[in-house]
Design a protein around this ligand. Structure first.
Ligand code: MG
Length: 165
């Protein structure tokens, strides 16, 4: 391993998938979709957008992944808001004199519809990442009926990370 700081930008990629089940609050991107009858199952709040984002941030910094740093066998992470994972990842980047420069996300699910609240999710993510809105993008896609016997949300996140300024 080379010593830090890193002079070059680096890309991080993260994906996540959660089943959508009844009687779970629907947290996505740190926003509660309160009128959605299903929500992501999981050990934490199941926020697949924030999990994919956290994995992308950790990946860009060469820091393994969310499951390694915040194992679901550790009661400390039981039921936490996934914003804590993002904040913990950002702290790890900051300790290495790195910062997130931009993020792009694709969310695939049939419920909830992302587009009506896309601006809200982008604003929430931009706030979490301390980024201007135009460096945080989010696209919602349907699953086109594929795998419809098991309802789920799939997220892909890509981030650009570089030296802290
Ligand atoms: Mg997850």
């Amino acid at each position: 391993m080379s010593d830090l700081p890193h002079a070059l930008p680096r890309i991080g990629l993260g994906t996540d998938r959660h089943r959508l089940v009844a009687a779970r609050p629907c947290w996505l991107g740190g926003v509660l979709f309160g009128d959605c009858p299903v929500g992501p199952d999981g050990h934490s709040d199941g926020d697949a957008i924030l999990h994919a984002l956290t994995d992308a941030l950790l990946g860009a910094a060469g820091l393994d992944d969310l499951g390694t740093l915040f194992p679901d066998t550790d009661p400390a992470w039981q039921g936490v808001a996934s914003t804590e994972f993002v904040q913990a990842a950002l702290a790890q980047l900051s300790a290495r004199r790195l910062q997130c420069w931009s993020v792009d996300l694709v969310v695939q699910c049939d419920r909830p519809k992302i587009s009506p609240r896309r601006a809200e999710v982008r604003a929430r993510l931009a706030d979490l990442l301390s980024l201007p809105l135009d460096r945080v993008n989010l696209k919602g896609k349907t699953r086109e009926g594929v795998g419809s016997e098991i309802e789920a949300v799939d997220v892909t996140a890509v981030v650009l990370v570089g030296p802290a300024t």
